[in-house]
Design a protein around this ligand. Structure first.
Ligand code: ATP
Ligand code: MG
Length: 357
């Protein structure tokens, strides 16, 4: 009999409703059936605005060190961003992505398959370069100020993000073949760019992504490409046509939020920040100060983020159980949180999903 695998998971609730949904993430891991032979150990870690107010830093070194040296994965809740710039404060999740080289941001957007127009896509966003290198300058020109920003695209980063997109496409296909309901029959990766205008930067992204996806390992994966503006149009008109989308940082950022709008509530959409052998699950929503402390936050974005983290830790069977339990809750539609038109509390939604595991 194979020994149980123990995964050590860092828990970073952060601020606002992060404190209400991350405990649900822990609960669902603890409730996974023992037949999966998985054990979990949890480490509570600090980050966020409250941590900044208490300690003077939003991301204590200890949090980074424990994640790097002791954890297999982590769950990150949300951090509240002050409405005006606060001296010394910067976003801990952005810093974490940098310090742990979490080079991909992965965001599945999925409706229930019984919806009128079901969608089931995942956006794979490059997370380390493009305009986000934040090398900007302003100088005086002959007719007033001029501001410039660097858009940096490297072969290395483009190759590894496209490779990850190909791997995700194959894994999704495997999960479908194992019986998960889906609208797609075969894997497809869509490369997003604007190389008609930016022939060098986006041109390099496009050609490198093509090259990465031409590997024999991906011979069963369909590859197409699309200019980002026409992609936005089609994403809203025919979202069902997309399976895996791979994009440079800025387009990926914009497409991700746009796609999230297609499924009705921010409270449903998960994400993962992924590097070599490490993944942090993170719901897409923020700290939602307007509903904090009321026990009405939708926990589903977090529960799906837990499953997504497990996928990247090669625990697909465990991930599939969580996805199925969440889908069953949504399809029945009796215990829904207020953002979905229901009256159930966070606790009730979590209980219903745990019962279905
Ligand atoms: P932040 O600055 O932390 O992002 P925000 O005010 O922008 O905070 P978001 O968390 O981004 O708030 O949420 C935007 C809206 O969506 C809010 O009205 C919030 O209540 C709602 N919302 C976000 N997450 C959830 C959730 N899990 N369940 C229910 N409603 C949510
Ligand atoms: Mg927000």
């Amino acid at each position: 009999m194979a020994a149980a695998r123990t995964l050590r998971i860092g828990l970073i609730p952060g601020d606002g409703i992060g404190k209400e949904v991350i405990p649900a993430g822990r609960q669902i891991l603890e409730a996974l059936p023992t037949s999966l032979k998985l054990k979990f150990e949890f480490v509570d870690l600090k980050a966020g605005f409250e941590t900044f107010e208490q300690t003077g830093t939003a991301l204590p070194d200890k949090t980074v060190e424990v994640l790097r040296n002791e954890c297999d994965g982590a769950l990150f809740g949300a951090v509240s961003s002050p409405s005006t710039a606060v001296k010394g404060y910067s976003s801990p999740i952005v810093a974490l992505r940098k310090r742990l080289d979490l080079y991909a941001n992965v965001r599945p957007v999925k409706s229930v398959m019984t919806a009128m127009n079901p969608i089931d896509m995942v956006i794979v966003r490059e997370n380390t370069e493009d305009l986000y290198v934040k090398e900007e300058k302003t100088y005086d020109g002959p007719e007033g100020k001029i501001a410039e920003a660097i858009k940096r695209i490297s072969q290395k980063a483009s190759f590894r993000i496209a490779t990850m997109a190909g791997e995700i496409a194959l894994r999704r296909q495997k999960i479908r073949e194992a019986g998960a309901p889906s609208i797609h029959k075969s894997p497809l990766v869509t490369i997003t760019h604007k190389s008609n205008v930016l022939s060098q930067t986006d041109g390099l992204f496009r050609s490198t992504a093509r090259e990465a996806l031409a590997a024999t390992a991906f011979s069963s994966v369909g590859v197409e490409e699309q200019i980002v503006d026409s992609m936005v149009y089609k994403l809203f008109r025919q979202p069902e046509t997309y399976d895996v989308i791979v994009a440079p940082n800025l387009y990926g950022d914009i497409l991700s939020d746009g796609a999230a709008a297609l499924v009705g509530s921010l409270g449903l959409v998960p994400s993962a920040n992924v590097g070599e052998g490490f993944a942090i699950g993170e719901p897409c929503h923020g700290s939602a100060p307007d509903i904090q402390g009321k026990n009405i936050a939708n926990p589903i974005a977090t529960l799906r983020s837990v499953a997504l983290m497990l996928e990247f830790l090669n625990e697909e069977a465990a991930a599939a159980k969580i996805y199925a339990a969440v889908d069953a809750n949504l399809e029945e539609g009796k215990l829904l949180s207020p953002d979905l038109g229901g009256t159930a509390t966070t606790t009730q939604v979590v209980e219903d999903i745990l019962r279905r595991l």
